[in-house]
Design a protein around this ligand. Structure first.
Ligand SMILES: Nc1ncnc2c1ncn2[C@@H]1O[C@H](COP(=O)(O)OP(=O)(O)O)[C@@H](O)[C@H]1O
Ligand SMILES: CC(=O)OP(=O)(O)O
Ligand SMILES: [Mg+2]
Length: 403
């Protein structure tokens, strides 16, 4: 029997998303999510798709990513889809920071693990979770190829003019300080899917991709290659996010140290976990923020306006970077679901050929779709991302090559 299945693990700072796929037709056999890992009210939601079975939920504390993964393995086994299956060809892992070492999907060995570990200081919220996922999966199936697919890989085509910070070159090189960019698997998938939606080859189109999830980033994709993206050395730079500040004057940090007496760790926590939408208004979920705005809440309105202002600046910047834009694509939790965000981000940009049709924008769907008015100069699209499918495809292709 040929092994044709791939398990994909997308380990976030406090969650694990997973999918088991059969790569003969890229069909999903099971999907699931563990959230609020490390809290009292953790939740695992598992949906087997082979049996048409209903979703199952577990609630109660799940202490860490290792416990989460073991629970996932149990759920899969209960459907006869366990990790011991001979049909499993590989496990694909999302790894957020690959530095400059990894530009392609990579079969994981001890050297690769050590490099992912070395990069923890530049992805403190993500790489530790990714590592635990890999180590736990390896312990469960030591014989199976495990593949890392890096968020940074798609951005390695950025020219030096976009990738370098304007700081002393020797210092930057000594500490490998440069702009790496993240969410690359999503930017790659969505830019390609947008070209497909337009009936064109990716090499023919320039796309601005707006990945707006809890973490958020924009990218400028020219003929299928990334030429700029909003995240930098770490996933802190760029857009306003759920809990991260995005861009600000770096001197804010010196000021907080000198005048506020704050420590490096306190400032790190402030900017990564207590800023962005949650810092501005106390909520990081766009649904709740919209509810509050509808109820007349001024703080929520200001948080929304700051979020949109930053987003609009990046759209303008990447329009200039690309020179010609064929499409703007919205994706991830906020981009796929929040019509008011899409409308506000493009409001007033008719002069750039950018507009949103109110009726089309209001449609809810899991399919890629256009929301620009007929005949618009630039297509505006909503394109659901599928990082898991992209990781599975890259994993299976790589493992197939190595057999
Ligand atoms: N119906 C919706 N309307 C507005 N925002 C939504 C909706 N559904 C999800 N979101 C937003 O999407 C975010 C999560 O996006 P997601 O891409 O899943 O993020 P991540 O992968 O970073 O966990 C939530 O925090 C919430 O703000
Ligand atoms: C890199 C990053 O910000 O990822 P996420 O959106 O999953 O937090
Ligand atoms: Mg995400």
């Amino acid at each position: 029997m040929t092994a044709t299945r791939v398990l994909v693990l997308n380990s976030g700072s406090s969650s694990v998303k997973y999918q088991l796929l059969d790569m003969r037709d890229s069909g999903r056999l099971a999907v699931g999510l563990v959230e609020r890992i490390g809290e009292e009210n953790s939740r695992l939601k598992h949906t087997p798709l082979t049996t048409g079975g209903a979703s199952r939920e577990r609630t109660g504390p799940i202490a860490d990513h290792e416990a989460a993964l073991k629970a996932v393995a149990e759920e899969l086994a209960a459907d006869g889809l366990g990790l011991d299956s001979a049909e499993l060809a590989a496990i694909g892992h999302r790894v957020v920071h690959g530095g400059q070492s990894f530009t392609e999907p990579t079969v994981i060995d001890d050297t690769v693990l050590a490099e992912i570990e070395r990069l923890i200081p530049v992805a403190p919220l993500h790489n530790p979770a990714n590592l635990t996922g890999i180590r736990t999966a390896r312990a469960l199936r030591p014989d199976l190829p495990q593949v890392a697919v890096f968020d940074t890989a798609f951005h390695t085509t950025m020219p030096e003019s976009a990738a370098r910070y304007a700081i002393d070159v020797e210092t930057a090189d000594a500490y490998r300080i440069r702009r790496y960019g993240f969410h690359g698997t999503s930017h790659a998938y969505v830019s390609r899917a947008t070209a497909e939606l337009l009936g064109k080859d990716p090499s023919e189109v320039n796309v601005i991709v707006l990945h707006l999830g809890n973490g958020a980033s924009a990218s400028a994709v020219e003929g299928g290659r990334c030429v700029d993206t909003s995240m930098g050395l770490t996933p802190l730079e760029g857009l306003v996010m759920g809990t991260r500040s995005g861009d600000m004057d770096p001197a804010v940090i010196f000021h907080l140290m000198r005048v506020g007496g704050m420590s490096t760790d306190e400032i790190d926590t402030l900017l990564n976990k207590k800023s962005g939408l949650i810092g501005l208004c106390g909520d990081n979920d766009m649904r709740e923020i919209r509810r509050r705005i509808d109820g007349g809440d001024e703080r929520a309105k200001l948080a929304f306006d700051i979020y949109i202002h930053r987003l609009k600046k990046y759209i303008g910047a990447y329009y200039a970077v690309l020179g010609r834009v064929d499409a703007v694509a919205f994706t991830a939790g906020v981009g796929e679901n929040a019509a008011p965000v899409r409308e506000a981000a493009l409001a007033g940009l008719a002069g750039l050929g950018l507009a949103v049709d109110g009726d089309l924008n209001a449609v809810r769907s899991d399919e890629p779709r256009l929301i620009s008015p007929a005949g618009a100069r630039v297509a505006v699209a909503v394109v659901p991302t599928d990082e898991e499918l992209e990781i599975a495809t890259q994993t299976y292709t790589l493992v197939g090559k190595n057999i």
